[in-house]
Write a protein that binds this ligand. Structure first.
Ligand SMILES: Nc1nc2c(c(=O)[nH]1)N[C@H]1C(S)=C(S)[C@@H](COP(=O)(O)OP(=O)(O)OC[C@H]3O[C@@H](n4cnc5c(=O)[nH]c(N)nc54)[C@H](O)[C@@H]3O)O[C@H]1N2
Ligand SMILES: Nc1nc2c(c(=O)[nH]1)N[C@H]1C(S)=C(S)[C@@H](COP(=O)(O)OP(=O)(O)OC[C@H]3O[C@@H](n4cnc5c(=O)[nH]c(N)nc54)[C@H](O)[C@@H]3O)O[C@H]1N2
Ligand code: SF4
Ligand SMILES: [Mo]
Length: 693
C-alpha cells in the first residue's frame, strides 16, 4: 500500500495527514505519524475526506450560467471555454474600469500566493480574505499592543500551568495538534478555565467554568485587570521592561471593580478575585487564549485586547509555557520561500474597501470584505465590477444574503472557484471546479512555528471528475491574461521556483511530507524581544490607534438585553461539521443531519417548549423552524445554533432544508461591525421563539 503524506483540506486548520492508497483508491486516512502532536489521529471531518472525493453532488466540470443568477441552469463547458470566458470578461472590466475594477476574496491560509499574484499581476489592489467574518478583531488587538500579528505568537500548551478559554471552544472547534497537546498538558496537571455562555465540551473538561451573560466579557476582563493591578499580582519586572503606560491602565480600570463586574456578568465578585489570584500563581506559564471567531459584538476588539493585556501583565507574551514568539525562516538563519507576489509590483491604487486610507488603523494585507461589498453597492470610491470568490462563500458567511445578492447583481462577472457547491457558487456566472484536497497538489507553504517548517500537499488519487488543481486554474487564467510567469507546465516547476536558494529540493518532502528548518523548537529570550510597536514595547495606550482617534480601551457599555420573549442569537461550531460546506457529506450528514436550537430550560418552560419540540425562530417577517434542545447549559438570555445549516440548493439532496440558517437573522448586519477591530458584529441580533403548532 502506498503512503502519501499530504495536508487535510476538510477545514482551514490543514492538519498533516497520511493517506494509504491502493490501486488508485484511498483505503485509510490518518494523521501524519511524523508529527508527534498528531498522534496519528484525525478529527471526524478529516476522517470523512473519502466521502468528499466520492460525492457526486459536487461540481464536476466547469459550468457557465444559462438562466438568471441563482436560477441554477448551467451549461457544462470545457476548461478552455470556461477560462476563455472568464479571461474575456475580466479584460472587458479592466478595459472599462481599470484593473481596480477586479476583486478577489479567499479563505486566507498558506496556499494563497499564486492567486494573489494573479490579482496583483493584473494591477488590482482589491484582494480581501474572509477574516472580517472571523479573527480580524483578534489580529488587530494583538497588532495594537505588540505590533505583531495574531499568528506571530504560538500557544505553548505543553509547558503551560493554567489555560483560559474565552470565546474559544478548543475541544469542538478543533485543531487536532492543539487538542492533543492540551489534553496531554491537562493530564500533567495544567489547569483549565472556560469562560463561555454555554457549557461546551471544553467546559466539561475544565476545573473552572464561568457562564457569563452574553456580551459581558469585556466587563469580566476589566475586573480581572483591576484585581491584578490593585493587588500587585502582575509581573512587575516584566512590566517595567516590556510594558508602556501602566499608570494609564491603572487609572482606566479603577472603576471596574469585581463588585461592578458581578452585576454585569452574573459572576460573583469573590470568584473573579480568586481567579485573578490563581492566574498570578501560575504566571508566567499561563495562556489566556485570545479567541478565534471573535467577530461577535461591536466591542469584541476590546475583549481581545484585554485578553492580550492580561497575558502581558502576567509576563506570558514571548514566554515559554505562555505565548512564545514563532520563528520565521530568517529567525533561524534560513531563507524563506520565493513568493509569486514578488514577480509584480504592489499596486499603488487605493483599496476599494478604504483600508489603509479611509481606515488607516487597519492592517492592509487582507482588507475587510464587508467594506468591499459596500463599495460594490455604492461605486464609492470607484466601481468594482468583477469578483472572484476563491474558496469563499460570502452568501453563507456574511450577514444579509439577500442584500449581498443585490450587490452581486451589480457585477459584470462573478466567478466561484470551489470544490463543493455553495450559495455563492450557485449565484455565480461561472463555476471553476477545484479538485478535492485528496485529488490535487498544492504549492509549498511555510509554517512559522517554534520549529518552523516547509510543507506541501500531495495528490493521493487522480481526480474522478473534470476538476483541476489551483495551480492549473490560476495558470490557465494567467496565460490568457498576459501573465505567463504564473503559468507552469508541472507542479515540480512551481516547487523549484519557490524553493530557489533555500537549500531544499522537492524530493526532500517525500520522506515525511515536511522539511524542518531548525533542528528543534527554539524559544527566544523574552527579555530581549523588541516588539514591533513605535516604542518597541507592549503599548497599553496604542500609538497607532490613538493617532487615528480610536480609543485604546473604550469605556464599557452594557450589552442590550433581549426584549420580552426574545433571545440573543448566538452560534458556533460543532466537531462534526466545518462551517457550511460539510453538511452534504454522506458520512458527516449521517452523524449530524441538522442543527438544534439550544434554549434555557427556564425560558423553554415559560414558552411551553419541551426538549425535541419543533419551534419557530422569527424576526421581522423572517421565520424558520428547528428542533429545540432544552438545557440548563446555556445562559437564559441566549439561544444557540451550530452555524452552516439551512441549505436551500436543490443540488445538495441531503443538506437541503435541514436545520436553520443563522445568517438569515441579521438585518442590517453588513453595517454592524467593530470600528476598532474591523470585524462584523454577528451577535448583535435578537430573535423570538415559539412552539410550532
Ligand atoms: N469542528 C470544527 N472546527 C473548526 C471549525 C469548524 O467549522 N468545525 N472552524 C474553524 C474556524 S474557521 C474557526 S474561526 C474556529 C472557531 O473556533 P472558536 O471560536 O473556538 O469556536 P466557536 O464555536 O465559533 O466559538 C467559541 C465559543 O464562543 C462562545 N460564545 C458565544 N458568544 C459568547 C460570548 O458572548 N461570550 C463568551 N465568553 N463566549 C461566547 C460559543 O458558545 C462557543 O462555545 O474553529 C475552527 N475549527
Ligand atoms: N452567521 C454566521 N456567519 C459566520 C460564522 C458563523 O458562525 N455564523 N462563522 C464565520 C467564520 S468563523 C468563518 S471562518 C466564515 C467561513 O466562511 P467562508 O470563509 O466562506 O469559508 P468556508 O465555509 O469554510 O468555505 C467557503 C467555500 O470554499 C469551499 N472550499 C473549501 N475548501 C476549499 C479549498 O481548499 N479551495 C477552494 N477553492 N474552495 C474551498 C467550500 O466548499 C465552501 O463552499 O464564516 C463566518 N460567518
Ligand atoms: S481539524 Fe480535522 S478537518 Fe480540520 S484539518 Fe485537522 S483533521 Fe482536517
Ligand atoms: Mo473562522
Amino acid at each position: 500500500m502506498e503512503k502519501i503524506y499530504s495536508v487535510c483540506g476538510m477545514c482551514t486548520v490543514r492538519c498533516p495527514i497520511m493517506a494509504s492508497v491502493e490501486n488508485g483508491r484511498i483505503r485509510f486516512l490518518q494523521g501524519n505519524p511524523h508529527f508527534p502532536a498528531m498522534a496519528g489521529s484525525l478529527c471526524p471531518r478529516g476522517a470523512a475526506g473519502t466521502a468528499l472525493v466520492n460525492d457526486d453532488e459536487r461540481p464536476q466540470m466547469p459550468l457557465i450560467r444559462e438562466g438568471a443568477r441563482g436560477e441554477g441552469r448551467w451549461r457544462p463547458v470545457s476548461w478552455d471555454e470556461a477560462l476563455d470566458y472568464v479571461a474575456d470578461r475580466l479584460m472587458a472590466v479592466i478595459g472599462t474600469h481599470g484593473p481596480r475594477g477586479v476583486a478577489l476574496s479567499d479563505r486566507g491560509g498558506p496556499f494563497r500566493d499564486m492567486h494573489r499574484a494573479l490579482l496583483r499581476g493584473l494591477g488590482s489592489p482589491n484582494y480581501v480574505n474572509h477574516d472580517a467574518s472571523c479573527a480580524r478583531n483578534v489580529h488587530h488587538a494583538h497588532l495594537s499592543l505588540t505590533g505583531l500579528g495574531r499568528k506571530d505568537v504560538s500557544y505553548d500548551y505543553g509547558n503551560a500551568r493554567h489555560v483560559v478559554l474565552q470565546l474559544r471552544n478548543i475541544f469542538e472547534a478543533v485543531d487536532v495538534q492543539e487538542v492533543n497537546t492540551l489534553m496531554a498538558a491537562l493530564e500533567k496537571g495544567c489547569k483549565l478555565t472556560v469562560i463561555d455562555i454555554r457549557a461546551t465540551v471544553s467546559a466539561a473538561k475544565a476545573q473552572q467554568f464561568f457562564m457569563l451573560r452574553p456580551g459581558s466579557d469585556y466587563a469580566f476582563n476589566l475586573a480581572v485587570i483591576h484585581v491584578l493591578l490593585k493587588e500587585r499580582l502582575y509581573d512587575a519586572a516584566y512590566a517595567a521592561r516590556c510594558i508602556q503606560d501602566m499608570g494609564w491602565l491603572e487609572r482606566f480600570v479603577k472603576p471596574y471593580t469585581p463588585e461592578w463586574a458581578a452585576a454585569e456578568t452574573g459572576i460573583a465578585e469573590d470568584r473573579i478575585r480568586r481567579f485573578a489570584r490563581e492566574l498570578a500563581e501560575a504566571a508566567p506559564n499561563i495562556i489566556w487564549h485570545p479567541g478565534w471567531m471573535a467577530a461577535r459584538y461591536r466591542h469584541s476588539f476590546y475583549v481581545c485586547r484585554t485578553i492580550y493585556i492580561i497575558n502581558a501583565l502576567l509576563g506570558a507574551i514571548g514566554t515559554q509555557g505562555g505565548l512564545p514568539l514563532v520563528n520565521k525562516p530568517a529567525d533561524v538563519g534560513r531563507k524563506g520561500l520565493k513568493t509569486f507576489l514578488s514577480l509584480y509590483p504592489a499596486p499603488a491604487e487605493k483599496r476599494a474597501d478604504g483600508v489603509g486610507w479611509r481606515y488607516p488603523h487597519f492592517d492592509k494585507g487582507p482588507g475587510l470584505a464587508h467594506l468591499l461589498y459596500k463599495a460594490m453597492e455604492s461605486d464609492d470610491p470607484y466601481p468594482v465590477k468583477a469578483y472572484i470568490a476563491y474558496r469563499h462563500d460570502p452568501l453563507m458567511g456574511f450577514p444579509e444574503p439577500e442584500r449581498l445578492k443585490r450587490i452581486f447583481d451589480r457585477l459584470d462577472l462573478l466567478v466561484a472557484v470551489t470544490f463543493s457547491w455553495s450559495d455563492t457558487a450557485w449565484y455565480a456566472d461561472v463555476v471553476l471546479p477545484l479538485s478535492t484536497y485528496l485529488e490535487r497538489e498544492s504549492i509549498i507553504a511555510c509554517k512559522n512555528a517554534l520549529q518552523p517548517y516547509f510543507f506541501v500537499r500531495r495528490r493521493a488519487v487522480a481526480p474522478c471528475y473534470d476538476t483541476r488543481a489551483d495551480w492549473q486554474i490560476v495558470g490557465g487564467l494567467a496565460q490568457r491574461l498576459g501573465l505567463p510567469q504564473l503559468d507552469f507546465d508541472t507542479i515540480e516547476d512551481i516547487w523549484r521556483f519557490q524553493l530557489e536558494g533555500t537549500g531544499v529540493s522537492p524530493d526532500d518532502f517525500a520522506a515525511t511530507g515536511m522539511v524542518p528548518l531548525a533542528p528543534a523548537k527554539i524559544y527566544r529570550d523574552r527579555d530581549t524581544i523588541a516588539f514591533k510597536t513605535p516604542s518597541n514595547k507592549i503599548e497599553m495606550l496604542s500609538s497607532n490607534l490613538e493617532k487615528h482617534g480610536i480609543a485604546s480601551l473604550a469605556p464599557y457599555e452594557s450589552p442590550a438585553r433581549p426584549g420580552q420573549g426574545q433571545f440573543r442569537l448566538t452560534f458556533g461550531r460543532c466537531v462534526l461539521h466545518t462551517q457550511g460546506h460539510t453538511v452534504n457529506n454522506t458520512l458527516l450528514f449521517e452523524q449530524m443531519p441538522e442543527n438544534v436550537l439550544w434554549i434555557h430550560a427556564g425560558a423553554a418552560r415559560d414558552l411551553g417548549i419541551a426538549d425535541g419540540d419543533r419551534v419557530e425562530v422569527s424576526q421581522d417577517g423572517c421565520a424558520e423552524t428547528i428542533r429545540a434542545k432544552v438545557t440548563d447549559a446555556i445562559h437564559p438570555e441566549a439561544v444557540f445554533v451550530v452555524h452552516g445549516f439551512g441549505h436551500t440548493l436543490p443540488v445538495e439532496s441531503r443538506a437541503l432544508g435541514k436545520g436553520l440558517a443563522d445568517n438569515k437573522f441579521m438585518p442590517g448586519g453588513l453595517d454592524i461591525w467593530d470600528p476598532a477591530g474591523g470585524a462584523i458584529a454577528y451577535q448583535e441580533h435578537f430573535v423570538t421563539v415559539r412552539k410550532c403548532r
